[in-house]
Design a protein around this ligand. Structure first.
Ligand code: ZN
Length: 395
């Protein structure tokens, strides 16, 4: 879901399951209570009335027993639908602001069976998850779960094995931040998840799972996801940028980067329609050093979420398209008659040879070496958003 919404529910994610009797090819996607879990490619038969009632009971019970509803930002909901809503429902929910009223009226029109808890905003995500179809892109995440007796305690996931996995499973991503020593597989919350490995290929996620060493795994399951797809981003001109959207916008740098309190680095870009501030916040760590090297006149394509006040793009990645030439004076000009350096006549007054009196306006200059190059730069793994497409998936 749209990661910029300030009033988003706690997890800001949603899960959809298609339930029925499968047909044709099936693959193993997990293990729960020691039993294999399979997913079928085709649906042979939808649940009958009795099965439906049973499924509904399980969903309701699972949410009511497990949701952390004492957390102010946990507002779950579930939706049972026998018809998929239009893809646009998903697209709007990942990119814009969608009101609960709109979702509720859609659910009523579709004759959906649904229930929301507390402020009910979880219904927005639940509906949108059902509407999701991975048309352009998708990834997978293998999530392993902890034994219940360990919930809330420190997770034991061996970092060395995570690094080994990261190095040998090339289609996985956002595993480990070597510079900031951050194991990205492991969540921060006291939730039942032990770790999650994200990647492009199911076989490699299975291999990753066999490499990572950890406390004993209670169960695991493979999800199809929109993580790492940039689904939240939309290409915009500056004057059309709205708060809480995520955008791709091209412009030239019109205000050099400067650092504000807290270590955040800000710069300003401009296109034919306006100007907007862009920020690399402190948690983006070494990415700020790249941003600090930008100069007025550089042309960049900025990817990121839009903060409301002041309207600022929180940069997730940047594509540098043109680097302006910066020249610097290295020394005074040499007199062609005498072969000696001329003397400066004062600031901006030119130069004069002390021996023969010859004048020159031009000091010897050289092009200053830029420390950044044309192309993409992204925030480090430790600061990456779930939806952001890592550069290793773009190349
Ligand atoms: Zn001279």
């Amino acid at each position: 879901m749209n990661p910029n919404i300030p009033w988003k529910t706690r997890g800001n994610g949603a899960i959809a399951l298609q339930v029925g009797i499968g047909n044709g090819e099936k693959i193993k996607i997990g293990e729960i209570d020691g039993k294999d879990v399979f997913s079928s490619k085709l649906l042979r038969q939808e649940p009958n009335g009795k099965e439906y009632t049973e499924i509904r009971k399980i969903v309701k019970k699972t949410i009511e027993e497990n949701a952390k509803t004492d957390d102010e930002n946990t507002n779950p909901g579930f939706v049972l639908l026998n018809k998929q809503p239009e893809l646009n429902v998903y697209r709007n929910t990942v990119r814009q602001i969608v009101s609960l009223d709109k979702i509720k009226s859609l659910l009523n029109n579709l004759k959906a069976d649904f229930q929301g808890y507390k402020n009910c905003r979880g219904l927005i995500g639940a509906t949108s998850a059902i509407a999701w179809v991975p048309i352009k892109d998708k990834t997978f995440e293998l999530i392993s779960y902890r034994q219940q007796k360990n919930w809330g305690t420190k997770r034991d996931v061996n970092e060395e094995s995570v690094q080994k996995m990261d190095n040998s499973c090339k289609t996985t991503f956002d595993n480990y931040d070597y510079k900031n020593k951050h194991n990205r597989l492991v969540p921060n919350s006291p939730c039942p998840i032990l770790y999650g490995v994200r990647g492009d290929a199911i076989e490699e996620l299975m291999r990753a799972f066999s490499i990572v060493r950890s406390e004993s795994v209670d169960s695991w399951i493979l999800f199809e996801t929109n993580q790492g797809t940039d689904d939240h981003l939309q290409r915009k001109i500056i004057s059309n940028i709205q708060r809480y959207e995520s955008v791709i916008v091209e412009g030239s740098v019109v205000k050099s980067p400067y650092t504000i309190e807290g270590g955040h680095v800000i710069f300003t870009i401009k296109d034919a329609t306006g100007t907007i501030d862009c920020a690399a916040y402190e948690p983006t760590k070494e990415f700020r050093n790249i941003v600090r090297e930008l100069q007025m006149g550089d042309i960049v394509e900025v990817y990121g979420g839009v903060r409301k006040k002041p309207l600022t793009i929180n940069v997730e990645k940047i594509n540098i398209k043109y680097l302006t030439k910066i020249v610097e004076k290295i020394e005074n000009p040499i007199c062609p008659n005498c072969g000696k350096h001329m003397k400066s006549k004062g600031s901006n007054q030119g130069f004069k040879c002390k021996i023969c009196g010859r004048k020159s306006d031009e000091p010897l200059i050289r092009e200053k070496k830029r420390l950044i190059h044309i192309g993409f730069y992204e925030v480090p793994v430790c600061a990456r958003r779930h939806l952001s497409k890592p550069l290793k998936r773009i190349k």
